[in-house]
Design a protein around this ligand. Structure first.
Ligand SMILES: Cc1cc2nc3c(=O)[nH]c(=O)nc-3n(C[C@H](O)[C@H](O)[C@H](O)COP(=O)(O)O)c2cc1C
Length: 203
């Protein structure tokens, strides 16, 4: 079964991006995937210490909630990352989670290890869901550059990015004419594309 990992980056419970994520995961499930959702603010995820141990030894010295997450990010064939824009970038919890993948980067690029399965790597796909209050789509530029490199470290190709601006208040995404449906369809279609890449058929 195709495994999809949903990552809720917002600290706001049932905030706009988490609502989008939930729809995307519903769509993925409808397409036959097994889904797993991680809410970052419910986990203990410390920021990277920049100690450099991962570049020398290939592992992170910190023992916290990330220990269980690495396996999920490296083994799930689909990654759905949902995060709000804070100060023109990703919010802190999401950025800390991404920074903590420096040890995955080190294993791959310094030590030459396979961090993902070579047999299924070509099928790995990512969906980025974001919301911002500003009335200007350029508000996403900084976050997009971060997400690009994060997905690249995980050998994930973009399936789609759904970026919603002028979405400020909690729940505002529900007033958008298509956002929740777009997220659901994207989740469903991403799984179909992964399945096609694997040569599986979905009924
Ligand atoms: C600390 C903080 C910083 C923010 N910075 C920005 C910003 O730079 N640009 C913007 O358009 N919206 C900004 N916002 C608004 C959020 O991006 C917006 O409310 C979004 O819908 C939140 O998504 P969520 O409900 O999933 O947390 C900020 C919100 C907070 C709390």
């Amino acid at each position: 079964m195709i495994k999809i990992l949903g990552i809720a980056g917002s600290p706001r419970q049932n905030g706009n991006t988490t609502l989008l994520l939930d729809e995307a995961l519903k769509g993925a499930k409808e397409a036959g995937a097994s889904v797993n959702k991680i809410v970052l603010c419910n986990r203990e995820i410390n920021p990277c210490l920049g100690c450099g141990t991962c570049q020398k030894e290939g592992y992170c010295v910190q023992e916290d909630g990330m220990d269980k997450i690495y396996n999920a990010t490296c083994s799930s064939l689909g990654i759905v990352l949902a995060a709000p824009i804070y100060f023109n970038s990703l919010n802190a919890q999401t950025k800390a989670f991404i920074d903590r993948h420096q040890c995955v980067w080190a294993r791959k690029d310094v030590f030459g290890e396979e961090v993902t399965d070579p047999e299924t790597r070509h099928a790995r796909r990512g969906l980025f869901l974001a919301a911002a209050g500003a009335d200007d789509h350029r508000v996403f530029d900084g976050a997009l550059r971060v997400v690009d490199i994060f997905l690249d470290v995980l050998d994930v190709k973009y399936y789609e990015r759904l970026l919603f601006f002028r979405i400020e208040k909690k729940g505002a995404i529900k007033t958008h004419p298509t956002a929740l449906r777009d997220a659901r369809v994207a989740g469903e279609h991403m799984v179909i594309e992964i399945a096609r890449s694997l040569g599986e058929s979905i009924d």
